[in-house]
Design a protein around this ligand. Structure first.
Ligand code: DCP
Length: 138
C-alpha cells in the first residue's frame, strides 16, 4: 500500500498568489533555479501533504514575504508542471505586514501597464489576461 506522499491520482499543487493592493499587483523576483533567476513571479510554493491549498499558500507567503494573508478565489487556468505537479493561482488579500523579499531578490508592486512590460516566468505569463482584468477592476 502506498503511504506518505498522498494520493498519486492527484497532482501535487504549487500555489501562487495574486496579491492586489491599491490597484497594483505584487511581483517577486526569483533567485533560482538559474534559468528562472531574475524573472518575476507571483509568490508561492509547493503545498505540503496534509495542508489545504489556502493554508499552504498562506504559509508560503508568511515564509517568503513576512505577511499574513487571506487566500481567496482561484484565478486563471491550471498550468501543468513537470513531476506530476500543477500550478494554480489564487486571489490573495493582504491582512497585515509589508511584503519583504525574504527569499526573493526583490519584490515590487506593478500596475497593469508595468505588468505588461515585466519579465515574468513563462508559466505565469498565461495568467496575464486575468491579472490585467483583476487590476483594472480595482
Ligand atoms: N512556479 C512558477 N510560477 C510561480 C511559482 C512557482 O512557475 N508563480 C514554479 C517554479 C518551480 C515550481 O513552480 O518549478 C515550484 O516553485 P518554488 O520553487 O517556488 O516552490 P517552493 O518554494 O515550494 O520550492 P522549494 O521546494 O525549493 O522550497
Amino acid at each position: 500500500m502506498q503511504t506518505g506522499a498522498g494520493n498519486s491520482a492527484e497532482p501535487r499543487e504549487v500555489a501562487a498568489a495574486a496579491i492586489v493592493d491599491a490597484g497594483r499587483l505584487l511581483l517577486a523576483q526569483r533567485v533560482s533555479p538559474p534559468h528562472l533567476a531574475g524573472l518575476w513571479e507571483l509568490p508561492g510554493g509547493k503545498i505540503e501533504a496534509g495542508e489545504t491549498p489556502a493554508d499552504g499558500l498562506a504559509r508560503e507567503l508568511r515564509e517568503e514575504l513576512g505577511v499574513e494573508t487571506v487566500v481567496g478565489a482561484r484565478i486563471g487556468s491550471d498550468v501543468p508542471l513537470a513531476g506530476a505537479m500543477v500550478l494554480r493561482a489564487y486571489v490573495v488579500e493582504l491582512k497585515s505586514g509589508t511584503p519583504e523579499a525574504l527569499e526573493h531578490a526583490a519584490v515590487r508592486w506593478v500596475d497593469a501597464e508595468q505588468l505588461a512590460g515585466a519579465d515574468l516566468v513563462p508559466n505565469d505569463e498565461v495568467w496575464l489576461p486575468e491579472l490585467t482584468a483583476l487590476l483594472e477592476s480595482f
